[in-house]
Design a protein around this ligand. Structure first.
Ligand code: GLU
Ligand code: MG
Length: 480
């Protein structure tokens, strides 16, 4: 799966489409286009061009340094992982000791190609449009460290087997008054968890979020106050995995932009208050073949077909290493604890909100459409392209191995005798140890991306080693 193919249209066709898009943007009074990607630290980064530069950007790309692959949450950079990595390669041969092409050095350049299919004027930033980028080399070959191209490869690997994934990423955030970032957060509503009062306190704000998302063509399913002070959630309709990852970037960007217009600041960080309920970024997924939802009408638990069960069993088995991509920050382990609905246990269960893998069938009568599984343990520090691509790889490996789900956990695992159900890794280093043993992720990501992720995660682990919850939270609260 790590082999890279160029998925772009020929240059002349890209230019022609970009000319049409430029006309549309000018009609919509757009002056500038933000061309974004998400780095291995989970931070959305950007280059922007004036609208007149879109044709050139679509034809030849926009420059961006490869050192962004080594950026950490605090904007310092990781040293590349050059030595052998503990685990085996997929084919059992010795690890390649070569440095990844994208080190932390100052030399080199890449090209960002805006995906015109996702180009959209930004409703909460008049005069601006946004498009996600795929990253290519100056030699016009796919950049092996490009996270979005990795997700595309994973999607294509499933498609080659006649399978497609429908995914939706829930976005939780905490809205705070926009004071100096070093101050403790102050919340714009004192309304209770899930309280109607929060809707009255922030009525205009939430309506503006909703309106902006819909003006950008997003299909919002729900918006509601969450548990923690100032916390809200928005969910959108499922779509293909790359599209779902794009959408989550756009949703967050939009929430941030609307927040700024209301004197607020949004935090998507896993932990916002020490000891408090954090922000999750749950990934919903369903597997489809020939237009049929494989999570429904089968002989397995709760109607799973054999293929869907094996896929989910593959995901469940790989959760410790998947955390490196889905719960990648040391801050995430302040959130990923029992009794916060974060899914801290390595188990599955129908509608079980304390299980890392929650099965959701939906109401009788619409299950053929709605049956899905939710990975609850992931958070907003994840690069969504890495998360969906890695989950696909783990699920497909589950199908290859003919895996079955272990017995279901039907109660809150915290109420069972200790050790009955295993906890997920309690910190990033534990998750990293599993990642270093994962031949499946190593093969799927490809060596350069596998090592770039390892470098960043090891460096963030070291960055926060020995620091207390308050310090970690203060350093990450406004970064994601
Ligand atoms: N905020 C919780 C989390 O950290 C999730 C709450 C919910 O189930 O929606 O994942
Ligand atoms: Mg929620």
């Amino acid at each position: 799966m790590s082999s890279s193919a160029d998925t772009r249209l020929p240059r002349a066709e890209r230019a022609a489409l970009a000319r049409l898009a430029t006309d549309r943007l000018r009609t919509a009074a757009v002056d500038a286009v933000a061309i974004g990607w998400v780095d291995n630290a989970g931070l959305a980064r950007v280059k922007a061009v004036p609208v007149g530069g879109l044709v050139h950007a679509a034809s030849w790309g926009v420059g961006a340094a490869p050192c962004f692959d080594a950026f950490l949450v605090d904007d310092s950079t990781a040293e590349p992982v050059t030595g052998p990595v503990a685990g085996p390669t997929a084919d059992g041969t010795a690890p390649d000791p070569a440095a990844p092409p994208a080190g932390s050095g100052a030399v080199g350049d890449l090209r960002l190609y805006p995906d015109l299919d996702r180009l959209v004027p930004l409703a909460a930033q008049p005069g601006w449009a946004w498009a996600p980028a795929d990253r290519y080399t100056q030699q016009d070959t796919p950049h092996p460290g490009c996270q979005r191209l990795f997700a595309r490869r994973a999607e294509a690997a499933a498609r080659a087997r006649g399978l497609s994934l429908r995914a939706g990423i829930e976005v939780e955030w905490v809205a705070a008054l926009a004071g100096p970032p070093e101050e403790e957060p102050r919340y714009p509503t004192a309304g209770p968890a899930y309280g109607l009062q929060r809707l009255t306190d922030l009525s205009d704000y939430l309506r503006d979020v909703l309106r902006a998302l819909e003006q950008q063509g997003l299909n919002v399913l729900q918006i509601h106050p969450e548990y923690a002070p100032g916390q809200f959630e928005v969910s959108v309709a499922p779509e293909g995995p790359v599209a779902a990852a794009d959408t989550s970037v756009l949703v967050r960007h939009t929430v941030r932009a609307v927040s700024a217009r209301h004197g607020l600041r949004a935090s998507f960080a896993p932990a916002v208050e020490p000891g408090g309920v954090g922000n999750g970024s749950h990934l919903h997924l369903s597997l489809w073949r020939d237009g049929r939802n494989l999570g429904h009408g089968g002989p397995g638990p709760h109607g799973l077909t054999g293929e869907a069960e094996a896929f989910l069993a593959g995901v469940l088995a790989a959760l410790p290493e998947l955390l490196v991509l889905g719960t990648p920050s040391p801050a995430g382990y302040l959130r990923l604890v029992p009794s916060r609905w974060a899914g801290a246990y390595r188990c599955w269960g129908l509608e079980n909100r304390e299980a890392a893998l929650r099965l959701v069938t939906g109401s009788e009568g619409e299950r053929a459409d709605t049956a899905n599984a939710e990975i609850k343990c992931f958070d907003g520090a994840a690069n969504p392209y890495l998360a969906v691509g890695a989950v696909l790889a783990a699920g497909l490996a589950g199908i290859d191995g003919g895996l079955r789900l272990p017995p279901e956990t039907t109660v809150d695992p915290a109420r069972l005798a200790p050790g009955t159900v295993a906890r997920l890794p309690a910190d990033l280093s534990e998750a990293l140890a599993a990642y270093e043993r994962s031949a499946v992720l190593r093969e799927a990501l490809g060596e350069p991306l596998y090592r770039a992720v390892l470098a960043v995660r090891r460096a963030e682990s070291a960055l926060f080693a020995g620091r207390g919850a308050e310090e970690i939270i203060a350093a990450t609260r406004w970064r994601y």
